[in-house]
Design a protein around this ligand. Structure first.
Ligand SMILES: Nc1ncnc2c1ncn2[C@@H]1O[C@H](COP(=O)(O)OP(=O)(O)OP(=O)(O)O)[C@@H](O)[C@H]1O
Length: 660
């Protein structure tokens, strides 16, 4: 069936030209609108599949206003604009378009963009249907499971989390009974770790006196309707209320309330709370509404199937054990951290992994993009096929084509053997294109071809080869800026950006620094065969306040260095200041005695020798060995090392593992 396209363009000649081109390529043009108002009318009447939108239009409505309407009606749209300035691009981006073409464009570009838009649209619709069907099934199963009310709430929380994010979820009857508080909920404390919060737990953690509870509850009556609050206003926090208590204790910034009506007419509410601003949208409410029948059925069970065994679940009922009910995914086992920004990124990772969708991972250098790419692969049906990484920045422009797509024997001087490229090597698996922003423009077209046609053309080959690969790309650049500068193809950007995942820089998730530091410290001490005696308070304090421009990789390197320089008896110390420009003081105490001087001298000498041994990978003798570099006899160096407790073997292993 022909796809119906609506043209929204106020320049008659351009619009007419577009119509002719579209018809020639097999599309049906369902109308031309010169203003937003006309377009609204045509939308109702013609129900097009795709709309081509000029941004500036006659009349009050702009193309961007219209786009919001199209999105809510699930109609795909592509912007056609002469304007590519950054502000407009950003505004347009916020409407999540299916494509963007800058005028003047070639017919061919328009056709490619329409293809991409349709692919993205179908993919999202199909995925949505599949996802919702599965969700419904899972909720129904949870309702019929032999479990307590509390366990059922946890089950529902886990099912909904990838679709409706939260840091804390509670549920209970409304209006509130001020004499008896029965809300139950879960606080998220890790990727798949939750802490049960009932009345007792709430009182303990919020330091609220039992006697004060009725006052708090009396001020906490909620609307009977669905509510979204994306920024809690201060005035809501003037009187003591449940919201004030939760916002203060858990740093809640936004929330969503979803009520369902039970068979007996009572209203049972779900409260989703987030530590981020602007998290909740009408799409979340629309999804909950579609799931309403199964959520209502589950709520009946939650309300009336609580059994006495419930209280045995957590006999202490206390907040002493923060481990909650833990089922962590092994695919994330090397990912440390529980900051809500990291968890939000991991939620997206788990959500997209099973599908074949391309993923674009964004984030500063060293934030863990490669690790997330690997998790996507491991969580996908492709996990037993290869995961091939290509660092687009590290391969010289002249070699990149053959590296990616391979070559035939004799294809160019030096091609003495036929060679498979990375895409062919990864057949059935995943190709991770790291630093995709560095890829030359002519290679970008070829990647687009892999995405669209699923085929590659080895250099010197005479026919294209079909490949079955999933592409996961990453960049620390702002690709939109690169598009605006003409360094990155807009069509490739749109095709890759179907599912973006952004990783937060370490300075925005400081609460994870301590856990990461201990994880790396233990790892390196184990690797260097040294006992781990903790980390000094001053080192930890410095690390907690530092900005970490190199993110987790830099933190990892700092801990590695501290572990190398550690004597195996004391806690790890910071041996250089974190900017790496000058050494940190060797000891925190003042130098007052001759012994202090000797100790500092000994430390300095030790550090210097260690730095040389690291360079030579522990080699003492021969040309460019440590003794030659230090300009002393090898035997003298060996006895100094013995005196200073430096072990050659430490360097053999450490150098091998030092990361770039
Ligand atoms: N959450 C985490 N927990 C533990 N280790 C991590 C975490 N995130 C990253 N790392 C470690 O930090 C280092 C850098 O991570 P990775 O290489 O994935 O970052 P990247 O964003 O891909 O960096 P670049 O942009 O420079 O390629 C790796 O050694 C990785 O194992």
């Amino acid at each position: 069936m022909k796809k119906k396209v609506l043209i929204v363009e106020d320049e008659f000649i351009v619009a007419n030209n577009l119509r002719q081109v579209l018809q020639r390529f097999g599309y049906e043009v369902s109308g031309i609108a010169a203003s937003g108002e006309e377009a609204e009318e045509l939308l109702q009447r013609e129900k097009p599949d795709i709309a081509l939108l000029d941004i500036r239009l006659q009349g009050k409505l702009s193309g961007i206003d219209l786009a919001r309407k199209l999105r809510s009606e699930h109609i795909a749209f592509i912007y056609l604009s002469a304007n590519s300035n950054r502000k407009i691009l950003e505004e347009a981006r916020a409407t999540e378009p299916y494509g963007f073409l800058v005028k003047p464009f070639r017919k061919k570009d328009l056709m490619v963009m329409l293809d991409i838009a349709w692919y993205r649209h179908m993919h999202s619709l199909e995925a949505r249907e599949r996802r919702e069907h599965l969700l419904q099934q899972q909720i129904e199963e949870a309702a019929h499971e032999d479990a307590t009310g509390r366990q059922k709430i946890l089950k529902l929380a886990r099912i909904l989390l990838p679709h409706i994010p939260f840091d804390f979820i509670t549920s209970g009857l409304r209006p509130l009974n001020t004499a008896q508080f029965d809300d139950k909920g879960y606080l998220r404390i890790g990727f798949d770790e939750y802490q049960f919060i009932g009345t007792e737990e709430l009182l303990t953690i919020t330091n609220l006196k039992k006697a004060a509870l009725p006052v708090v509850l009396a001020n906490s009556q909620t609307d009977i309707n669905t509510v979204i609050c994306n920024e809690i206003q201060d005035e809501k926090l003037h009187v003591p209320s449940l919201l004030k208590t939760l916002a203060g204790t858990f740093n809640i910034r936004s929330y969503l309330v979803f009520p369902v009506t039970l068979n007996n007419g009572l209203s049972f509410h779900y409260f989703f709370y987030s530590r981020r601003l602007d998290v909740y949208t009408d799409n979340h409410i629309a999804l909950l509404n579609r799931l309403r029948p199964s959520i209502t059925a589950l709520s009946e069970r939650i309300m009336y199937e609580d059994d006495p065994a419930d209280s045995l679940l957590n006999p202490a009922g206390a907040f002493t054990n923060l481990q909650g009910e833990t089922v962590n995914r092994p695919e994330f086992r090397n990912i440390i951290g529980s900051h809500h920004l990291l968890l939000a990124a991991l939620d997206l990772t788990a959500q997209v992994a099973p599908h074949n969708t391309s993923v674009l991972i964004l984030g500063e250098s060293g934030t863990g993009k490669e690790q997330v790419a690997q998790s996507i692969h491991l969580l996908s049906p492709r996990k037993n096929a290869p995961f091939i990484k290509v660092n687009c920045a590290a391969i010289p422009a002249t070699l990149i084509e053959s590296e990616l797509f391979g070559h035939e024997k004799g294809a160019f001087t030096g091609a003495t053997e036929k060679r498979k490229g990375k895409f062919e090597q990864a057949d059935g698996g995943t190709v991770f294109l790291d630093e995709i922003g560095e890829l030359p423009l002519e290679m970008q077209v070829k990647i687009l071809r892999v995405l669209q046609e699923k085929e590659i053309e080895p250099i010197g080959g005479n026919a294209p080869l079909q490949v079955n690969v999933r592409i996961v790309a990453a960049t620390n650049r702002n690709l939109e800026e690169e598009v605006a500068r003409g360094n990155f193809r807009l069509d490739l950007y749109y095709r890759l950006n179907v599912f973006p995942i952004t990783l937060p820089p370490l300075r925005e998730r400081r609460s994870d620094i301590e856990g990461l530091a201990v994880y790396f410290a233990e790892k390196f001490c184990r690797e260097f065969n040294k006992p781990f005696n903790g980390i000094t308070a001053s080192m930890m304090e410095t690390m907690l306040t530092y900005d970490w421009p190199g993110n987790i990789r830099q933190l990892e390197n700092v801990l590695e260095q501290s572990a190398i320089l550690n004597d195996g008896r004391s806690p790890l110390e910071l041996r250089r200041n974190l900017t790496g420009t000058s050494p940190a003081p060797l000891a925190t105490t003042d130098i007052k005695t001759l012994d202090d001087v000797k100790r500092v001298q000994r430390e300095t000498e030790r550090e210097y020798i260690i730095s040389i041994l690291r360079k030579t990978a522990g080699r003492i003798r021969g040309a460019n060995g440590a003794a030659e570099l230090l300009n002393i006899k090898p035997t003298t160096l060996e006895s100094k090392m013995e005196k200073l407790d430096i072990k050659k073997n430490d360097f053999l292993s450490s150098t091998k593992d030092i990361r770039g």
